[in-house]
Design a binder for this molecule. Structure first.
Ligand SMILES: Nc1ncnc2c1ncn2[C@@H]1O[C@H](COP(=O)(O)OP(=O)(O)OP(=O)(O)O)[C@@H](O)[C@H]1O
Length: 254
């Protein structure tokens, strides 16, 4: 049997905001080279947990190891091996996409070819465009390109497909799978369960700051079915999203 190697290990993580406990005794591992989904209701503590792993937020207690490095002792070293989506506010309005990638590469000291980065996310035709002139799907793809500039071992994507149409969403899934297949571990949050089911190798459900289930989507669904669960209504063989894709096609556009 294949032994999975943990690239992120979170043990007994606790985060308090004054008296409020946002994360309580959370433990999980992310395996090398998987797409790992952190799922759960609004306010469950997903973003807080990710930001602590990304070394952007302090924890109250617990232990986090990222690729053998402790967040307590090696935050700077961790920053160098992870890719995090920047806030759009960081995209200087007067620079085009190529210039923005050059700027970030300079900040990271990364030796990359900007056009190759844009090709990876299928934005080569927009190299001279400004960020604000991009569609929602293109903006997300650009933002994912920026996470790859320092050739990270792990990237973190917080709700990357929110607000995208079904086609753009599926294009983005293909891109995320390509990134994993090229050897990068992907940690993602999403509120779309169809997305988690299709895209994630494993998922963890977080509720009120605790992990309540963690496994492959297949195993979690099988466990529920084996417990006697049945859907109330017979499900049709296609849904409205399939109609959308069938009518409008799957190719990259925007
Ligand atoms: N800086 C802060 N100060 C006080 N409370 C905070 C702070 N940041 C987050 N919280 C609280 O911590 C809890 C967890 O928030 P968090 O953003 O981690 O949830 P989430 O699971 O990412 O939610 P969503 O799905 O809505 O993005 C929430 O109740 C939130 O109000």
């Amino acid at each position: 049997m294949e032994i999975n190697k943990a690239i992120i290990s979170v043990k007994n993580l606790v985060k308090k905001y004054d008296d409020f406990i946002a994360v309580q005794d959370l433990s999980f591992e992310v395996y090398e080279n998987e797409i790992f989904g952190l799922l759960g209701p609004n306010g469950a503590g997903k973003t807080t947990t990710l930001e602590i792993i990304e070394t952007l937020r302090d924890k109250t207690s617990g232990e986090i190891i990222v690729d053998g490095l402790s967040v307590d002792k090696h935050a700077n070293a961790i920053k160098q091996i992870i890719g995090v989506q920047l806030q759009a506010a960081g995209y200087y309005p007067n620079l085009n996409l190529i210039e923005l990638i050059e700027l970030f590469a300079g900040l990271y000291g990364a030796d990359i070819k900007p056009m190759e980065m844009l090709e990876k996310v299928n934005l080569q035709d927009k190299a001279k465009a400004k960020y604000k002139a991009l569609s929602g799907g293109q903006k997300q793809r650009f933002s994912i390109a920026t996470t790859l500039i320092n050739q990270p071992k792990i990237i973190f994507l917080d709700e990357p497909t929110t607000g995208l149409d079904p086609q753009a969403r599926r294009n983005l899934w293909d891109l995320i799978v390509q990134i994993r297949d090229a050897g990068t571990t992907v940690v993602i949050t999403t509120h779309y369960m169809d997305e988690a089911e299709q895209l994630c190798d494993r998922v963890a459900f977080v509720e009120r700051g605790k992990i309540i289930a963690i496994d492959t989507p297949d195993n979690l669904i099988d466990q529920l079915v084996n417990s006697g669960f049945e859907r109330k209504k017979e499900v049709k063989k296609a849904n409205l999203e399939d109609v959308f894709i069938n009518l409008t096609g799957k190719e990259w556009r925007e």
